[in-house]
Design a protein around this ligand. Structure first.
Ligand SMILES: *Cc1c(COP(=O)(O)O)cnc(C)c1O
Length: 428
């Protein structure tokens, strides 16, 4: 495939945008080469500036669960746009989407909308600190909760892709309030509670991690966190920016049957427009301004265009009883198909999958946390990424990211992907 126009566009972008991109992973740094520039997308496909058609396995990193440019969502956005795109004054639309979220998600009474997953997680932590009157939080190495200072301590996603987990610009003062534990290692969390006893306001975790590849919580791990929080008067924050409205309508809480105290959302909840949200029981949410003293605000929060896209998407999800089953089945077909091909070839590999999230690490060691995720052979990953791209399949351009399947993807597309994978395996 040719990427001439994309290369030229990338060169022009680099002149005026740092690294040519507005979010680091897009730059292909960990896989090398030039990022493709997208011209348009429809259903399961991306069309790049050189006219190549690519099957999309990132779905905008999650949001496009129904596929790109879904008709009803686009129509709803168009209709709303004609009525104005921002007022800074309440609308009934915000109540409608809030009601839907509160009904769909277990254990929450109220929800506040923001503009990104980063904002949602940042605000959730402030709320937890305000509610408990304590200052420290526990996060897990390799989990990503957006780019707010408190989370850039061994963060996943783009932050690990660049091997610079601790970003300059994050102060020591901030870093000292973020305690680090190991994913799937309850003892590491117990130890932190032992040392810092009364100072811990909350644990924040991706209940199914998706920012070091896909990593599943082992039996008893999340249950253990739940009881540690209960014993220590700390809040359990589930960062469901990735898993919310993807693993089930009620997210990981519903799928895994574990209750969090505060839940954060992003990605799918905006249906492709910039939306985040955080939610909890009424007794916690009442601490939030203007009801309570914990300040949080946003000029474009609850933006009507974004709310309309989110509401239409969530309505479609809640009406479609087989949607999550369909997504699971397609993801399973992809996983098992690839697994049998790679086994024949004898390449070291680990697949992790839950629902429509899946990832492939090139290692023999089971991938259960950040350390084991980092064992993957990145030369294999680079060759695999570019091999698939050349064959018309767009995968996440980093081994530390999960694939996100969308409902527009057909079984034929999966067959095509498996053929591409077989062909790539033959070529190496
Ligand atoms: C993407 C992501 C975020 C950050 O959301 P943004 O909208 O990119 O700010 C936070 N947490 C998780 C788990 C994510 O995957």
């Amino acid at each position: 495939m040719l990427y001439q126009r994309s290369s030229a566009l990338f060169e022009a972008a680099k002149e005026v945008i740092p690294g040519g991109v507005n979010s680091p992973v897009r730059a292909f740094k960990s896989v090398g080469g030039t990022p493709i520039f997208v011209e348009k997308a429809k259903g399961a496909y991306l069309y790049d500036a050189d006219g190549n058609r690519l099957i999309d396995y990132i779905s905008s990193w999650g949001p496009m669960l129904l596929g790109h440019a879904q008709e009803e969502v686009i129509e709803a956005i168009q209709k709303q746009a004609e009525k104005g795109t921002s007022y800074g004054i309440p609308t009934a639309l915000e109540t409608a989407i809030a009601e839907l979220v509160v009904n769909a998600v277990p254990n929450i009474d109220k929800v506040r909308f923001v503009n990104s997953g980063t904002e949602a997680c940042m605000s959730a932590v402030r709320l937890a600190r305000g509610y408990t009157g304590k200052e420290k939080i526990i996060k897990f190495a390799g989990c990503y909760h957006g780019h707010s200072d408190a989370f850039l301590i061994q963060a996943g996603s783009g932050a690990v892709t660049f091997g610079a987990p601790n970003s300059p610009g994050v102060t020591q003062g901030t870093a000292k309030d973020t305690l680090l534990a190991r994913y799937n290692d309850l003892a590491s969390v117990e130890e932190l509670f032992h040392q810092h006893g009364d100072a811990i306001a909350a644990i924040i975790i991706e209940p199914v991690a998706g920012n070091m590849g896909c990593i599943l919580p082992q039996d008893g791990f999340l249950e253990g966190l739940r009881s540690l929080c209960d014993q220590n008067n700390a809040l359990l924050i589930f960062d469901e920016v990735m898993t919310g409205f993807r693993l089930a309508l009620g997210g990981a809480q519903e799928r895994l049957g574990i209750q969090a105290d505060v839940v954060t959302f992003g990605k799918v909840i905006g249906g492709g427009l910039p939306v985040g949200a955080f939610a909890a029981r009424a007794e916690i949410m009442k601490e939030l301004a203007p009801e309570g003293p914990v300040y949080q605000a946003g000029t474009l929060s609850g933006n009507p265009l974004a709310m309309r896209a989110g509401l239409t998407t969530l309505e479609l999800l809640s009406k479609d009883k087989d949607l999550f089953e369909r997504l699971d089945d397609k993801t399973e077909k992809l996983h098992l198909g690839m697994q049998s091909l790679i086994e024949k070839k004898g390449l070291p590999h680990q697949f992790n999958r839950l629902g429509s999230m899946v990832s492939l690490h090139f290692t023999e060691t089971p991938v259960v946390d950040f350390e084991t995720a980092a064992l993957g052979n990145n030369d294999h990953f680079k060759a695999y990424f570019h091999g698939m791209l050349d064959r018309g399949v767009y995968l996440p351009p980093s081994a530390f990211e999960s694939y996100f399947l969308n409902d527009a993807l057909s079984y034929k597309d999966i067959e095509f992907t498996l053929d591409a994978f077989e062909d790539w395996l033959k070529s190496i």
